[in-house]
Design a protein around this ligand. Structure first.
Ligand code: ADP
Ligand code: MG
Length: 286
């Protein structure tokens, strides 16, 4: 039986919410699997036939260490998506490149030096804007600003940042996540923020609802994954593509190629196709 290690982090040693559905789906495919903490020095990653990064939800706090770990694992065994894709995807500057390929939320780069000129420029162009750290997750450091005097600028995370227009529809239409495995869209979860928040994450009062795949959004999500290949990277084995409604069109707001939560606790649909993509990767690597 091939053996797979699913990488998690020390606050979730038993894996992501609903993760037992994933190990059960892997068993169905004849694959033995176990959860392991990515920074546990006792784990022999090389003894696994394949490693899949799943709930490593502290990587944004120590990105260099995480990316170094990924390169080490990859030197010993198959790492789904792989360290090069991880490094590219960990920096939201990828959105600037992706926007040359397909509709994305417009994105510009800012740092401490360019903040005072770049932010008013962005606000002149787009109106109220969102600044967030280039390396971030879980909505950390997402700040909505209306001008340079906005006191919310005190909430900025350390630079560098990306700046984007505030996509107002996030409050009403929300954000859609589409899972794309092996290049094909498999399921969709729609997310809405709660109260006055723009962040859709549960931890800020957001809600996630499994819905049928919308063909238009699914096509855009597949196109986003294909575009990664055109930009000179390996084609992602798995991706979560987030899209929003902006100026009467669906646009990509984020591409998650490292550790997209599968929302298995609210929607078990992604478990079997994820297991199948692992089986396919094992088939071509064993
Ligand atoms: N430009 C934006 N307009 C509206 N809402 C945004 C914008 N950028 C981020 N958000 C909200 O903040 C959340 C977190 O931002 P995101 O770019 O997904 O970063 P991460 O999930 O990596 O922390 C999004 O899911 C969305 O709800
Ligand atoms: Mg996000």
């Amino acid at each position: 039986m091939p053996r797979v290690l699913l990488a998690t982090f020390n606050l979730m040693p038993a894996g992501e919410p609903g993760g037992d559905l994933l190990t059960a789906a892997l068993t169905e495919c004849g694959i033995d699997s176990a959860w392991a903490e990515w920074d546990d020095p006792e784990v022999d990653w090389g003894a696994a036939d394949l490693v899949a990064v799943r709930s490593t939800w502290d990587y944004h706090r120590r990105t260099a260490g995480f990316l170094g770990w990924a390169r080490e694992v990859e030197a010993q065994t198959t790492l789904l998506n792989g360290a090069e894709l991880f490094a590219w995807n960990a920096d939201k500057a990828y959105l600037v490149e992706l926007a040359e390929q397909l509709p994305c939320v417009p994105t510009a780069l800012l740092d401490d030096r360019t903040l005072v000129s770049g932010l008013p420029e962005a606000i002149d162009r787009w109106g109220p804007s969102v600044i967030k750290p280039r390396v971030g997750a879980s909505g950390l450091g997402v700040v909505v600003v209306r001008d340079l005097a906005d006191e919310r600028l005190q909430l900025l995370a350390p630079a560098p940042w990306v700046v984007q227009p505030l996509v107002e529809s996030v409050r009403t239409v929300g954000e859609t996540s589409i899972y794309v495995f092996g290049g094909a869209a498999v399921s969709q979860v729609d997310k809405l923020p709660g109260g006055d928040e723009v962040r859709v994450h549960e931890v800020y009062g957001g809600r996630s609802v499994p819905v049928p795949l919308d063909p238009e959004r699914a096509a855009l999500a597949q196109e986003a994954v294909a575009a990664v290949g055109r930009l000179g990277h390996r084609l992602p084995a798995y991706a979560r593509v987030d899209v929003m409604r902006w100026q009467d069109a669906w646009v990509v707001s984020e591409l998650e190629l490292i550790e997209p939560g599968l929302y298995l606790d609210v929607d078990p649909r992604a478990a079997a196709p994820f297991a199948e993509l692992v089986a396919a990767a094992l088939g071509s690597n064993l």
